[in-house]
Ligand binder design. Structure first.
Ligand SMILES: Nc1ncnc2c1ncn2[C@@H]1O[C@H](COP(=O)(O)OP(=O)(O)OP(=O)(O)O)[C@@H](O)[C@H]1O
Ligand SMILES: [Mg+2]
Length: 192
């Protein structure tokens, strides 16, 4: 299978230091573990459908931790190129480019849009700048259109929300159009 594998490990996956050594253990929330294992065990099928886990829930649940465990398994065990992005940081890095036609800007955007798997950690903190909203939409929409799976995490304070309430909350944070795409890209791998 060569559709996403790499032969030589490119210097791509940079997981934040806090999560660089993570593994699932007895302390891991069982719903989180089941969902993540299901994704990894059936990765090929989920990859073809452009589906990846969207982990939502209260702060401290272990969403970023679980995303890091999956990123490491995909990258080191399955040899899938993975790019980790703290959402606010990556949007700011893109917006720091004064010239939106510069090769560096396109290189970074290409990495985010074209890497087989990316993690968008903590995507709910959308800034008010219309430029960052536009960029976030572009990233999600491009990956949605090309069926590239995207692991996402977002915190919310809701207690066991039903899906409708959750998606309404997400739409308030990031807008309805992008929310519809995130919903479809989560498939049955939504942790609420
Ligand atoms: N399975 C686990 N085993 C050990 N420690 C864990 C586990 N899951 C989470 N933790 C620890 O719990 C803390 C919170 O985890 P994490 O940062 O992943 O939460 P989060 O859900 O992403 O929160 P936020 O919404 O604030 O970003 C971290 O210090 C992390 O190391
Ligand atoms: Mg987190």
């Amino acid at each position: 299978m060569t559709k996403y594998k790499f032969e030589q490990i490119p210097n791509l996956l940079v997981i934040p230091k806090r999560f660089s050594e993570v593994e699932f253990d007895e302390g891991t929330n069982s719903d989180v573990r089941q969902l993540c294992n299901n994704f990894i065990d059936n990765f090929d099928a989920y990859y073809d459908q452009g589906i990846a886990p969207v982990l939502t829930g209260p702060p401290g649940l272990g969403k970023s931790y679980a995303a890091a465990v999956m990123a490491k398994q995909l990258y080191y065990d399955l040899k899938v190129p993975v790019f980790w992005a703290d959402t606010v940081t990556i949007l700011n890095r893109l917006m720091d480019h004064k010239d939106f036609r510069s090769p560096d800007y396109f290189k970074l955007k290409d990495l985010i849009i074209k890497t087989p798997i990316i993690v968008l950690d903590d995507f709910g903190h959308m800034q008010e700048f219309s430029r960052s909203k536009e960029l976030f939409f572009e990233i999600v929409n491009s990956r949605y259109a090309s069926k590239r799976p995207t692991i996402m995490t977002m915190n919310h304070p809701l207690q066991k929300p039903d899906p409708e309430t959750l998606w309404e909350y997400v739409a308030n944070a990031v807008g309805a159009a992008v929310t519809r795409r995130i919903n479809l890209m989560a498939g049955d791998l939504l942790l609420a």
